[in-house]
Design a protein around this ligand. Structure first.
Ligand code: HEC
Length: 113
């Protein structure tokens, strides 16, 4: 009786492990799945307004000297299908154009949110 119980228990463990393996490759998530928090977005808004709006305009719809928009249709078309990682890299490596990489990684991540 005791041996039989053990066998049942180990079969259960094997099934659980197999089920777990099926979850090892999660489906890709998009920003629409809520990958950032409201607090992060609020901090990011502050950063965008103080660090980015002077060139990209306060509306973020694009500024002088062909500075591109950071919101809206044109921006969506360009970045919509790309990963957040690519956009993050672009920001960290090139923004603000007059002092790239000046912000902390957390600040860039908040701005991205
Ligand atoms: C001194 C002006 C200036 C500031 C400040 C600035 N940017 Fe930019 N930004 C530009 C210019 C000019 C471009 C276009 C050239 C390029 O892509 O490198 C650009 C391009 C971008 C792009 C690429 C947009 C696209 O569609 O190609 C992103 C994203 C971006 N900026 C984010 C930011 C963020 C976030 C900040 C604040 C942390 C910031 N920028 C601050 C001038 C600026």
């Amino acid at each position: 009786m005791r041996i039989r119980l053990l066998t049942v228990a180990s079969v259960t463990v094997v099934i659980a492990l197999n089920a777990g393996a099926g979850w090892a490759q999660p489906a890709p998530r998009s920003v629409k799945d809520g990958v950032f928090s409201a607090a992060q977005a609020a901090r990011g808004e502050e950063i965008i307004l103080t660090e980015c709006a002077r060139c990209h305009s306060p509306s973020l719809l694009g500024g002088e000297n062909n500075t591109p928009p950071l919101v809206g249709e044109v921006f969506q078309k360009k970045w919509g299908g790309l990963s957040l990682d690519e956009l993050f890299e672009k920001m960290v490596k090139t923004m603000p154009t007059d002092s790239p990489g000046r912000l902390s990684k957390t600040e860039y991540a908040d701005a991205l949110a």
